[in-house]
Design a protein around this ligand. Structure first.
Ligand code: NAD
Length: 357
């Protein structure tokens, strides 16, 4: 199969990526390489011990630890972290964690242009993008800015071994959603398509092995590799209906981020396959099944992922409001987005039914 396109625009970020089990122990070298001497280490509260350990290992190179990163990057937390960064005179940021911690590092970098090193511990992929989502007064807004793009990523498979199995599965499906929507992105290019297909393949091959043995370092490494590819793709091309629906469900109904991606993805992919069957054929090839959405649904279910929005807390009566919000403003999607179609799609996702073509 060729990924050639007769014309395209492409964007690649200048990011230094180091990959390998134990690579976090090279953190001091990377701080030195940036010409920095006073790193502020960031984490969520549950990962505070890991952040403290990292700071201890860095000896004099760590100037502070801030462990209050939170989901959806609340601006109030960023303000506190920013004050802390200034009080300890930090000259670089080290984010140890998932998308929430990476988001906090990006939010500080957006305001200070401090260089960032990210050590990801989930598959969310935020470390590979120049996108920042922030929440203030209950409203989440998203921006893109070169200052937000982390300079260095250290992918260390040893650190994802502690990710609980249920979170492993939903985080992986969150990453796969970036790749699946990249296949039909309006601004896709041959490289984004290659990255997306290889990212999906990596998860298809390695996630079942991780579920069987969460300590399997090779399998954890391959899923992390998939996360890098899927995150890189997210930073290169625009997303469509799936991300719009998940943003709406998360923002307006407080549904959990990764779980919502896991439930919605097969339904949107089946819907969009009506318009772009050829572009989504690799999904069926990789996961095996009668159609791309069904292939993803069966894969997700076999991994133990949630399959129903009602199990995530969405009420039956919220479907019409969600459909309303998600169709209010026009945006690009390969299959035209109509209100009745979105009602039907959300109803199937709410009930946990297999996606309907
Ligand atoms: P998260 O970072 O909130 O992590 C979820 C929980 O798991 C946290 O309590 C965390 O401490 C814990 N955890 C993380 N890694 C662990 C590990 N290895 N072992 C044990 N516990 C661990 O969740 P997430 O799904 O990684 O990130 C979600 C956030 O990232 C959302 O706010 C989302 O909008 C954002 N995001 C942004 C982008 C972007 O490009 N801007 C991309 C993807 C996601």
């Amino acid at each position: 199969m060729s990924y050639f396109q007769p014309s395209f625009d492409a964007r690649s970020a200048a990011v230094r990526v180091r990959f390998g089990a134990g690579i976090r122990h090279k953190l001091a070298d990377e701080i030195g390489r940036l010409g920095c001497h006073r790193a502020l280490i960031l984490s969520t509260p549950p990962q505070a011990d890991g952040a403290m350990q990292l700071a201890a290992d860095l000896k004099g190179l760590a100037t502070g630890v801030f462990t209050r990163a939170a989901m959806h990057t609340p601006v109030a937390v960023t303000d506190d972290a920013l004050a802390h960064a200034r009080s300890v005179d930090a000259d670089c940021l080290v984010a140890l964690g998932g998308g929430s911690t990476t988001g906090l590092g990006k939010a500080i970098a957006y305001r200070t242009d401090l260089p960032q090193i990210v050590i990801p511990t989930t598959y969310a992929g935020s470390e590979a993008t120049w996108i920042l989502g922030q929440t203030e007064n209950g409203v989440k807004t998203t921006l893109t800015d070169p200052k937000v793009q982390p300079e260095v990523i250290l992918y260390d498979a040893e650190l994802v071994r502690t990710l609980p199995v249920d979170m492993t599965v939903t985080s992986a499906l969150n990453a796969m959603a970036h790749a699946a929507e990249a296949l039909y992105a309006e601004n896709r290019n041959p490289m984004s398509t290659m990255l997306a297909i290889e990212g999906l393949r990596a998860f298809a091959a390695a996630l079942p092995r991780v579920i069987e043995n969460p300590e399997d370092l090779d399998a954890r490494g391959e899923t992390l590799y998939g996360a890098w590819l899927c995150g890189t793709v997210l930073g290169q091309v625009g997303m469509a209906l799936h991300h719009k629906l998940c943003h709406t469900l998360g923002g307006s109904f407080d549904l959990p981020h990764a779980e919502t991606h896991a439930v919605v993805l097969p339904h949107v992919i089946e819907y969009n396959a009506l318009a772009v069957p050829d572009l989504l054929a690799p999904v069926t090839e990789i996961f095996g099944g009668s159609s791309p959405g069904r292939a993803l649904f069966d894969f997700a279910r076999s991994m133990g992922a949630p399959t129903a929005l009602r199990d995530l807390g969405l009420k039956r009566d919220d479907i019409s409001k969600a459909a309303d919000l998600a169709t209010r403003k026009p945006y690009w999607n390969p299959q035209p987005v109509t209100r009745p179609a979105i009602d039907e799609l959300l109803l199937a996702a709410w009930a946990g039914d297999p996606p309907a073509a």
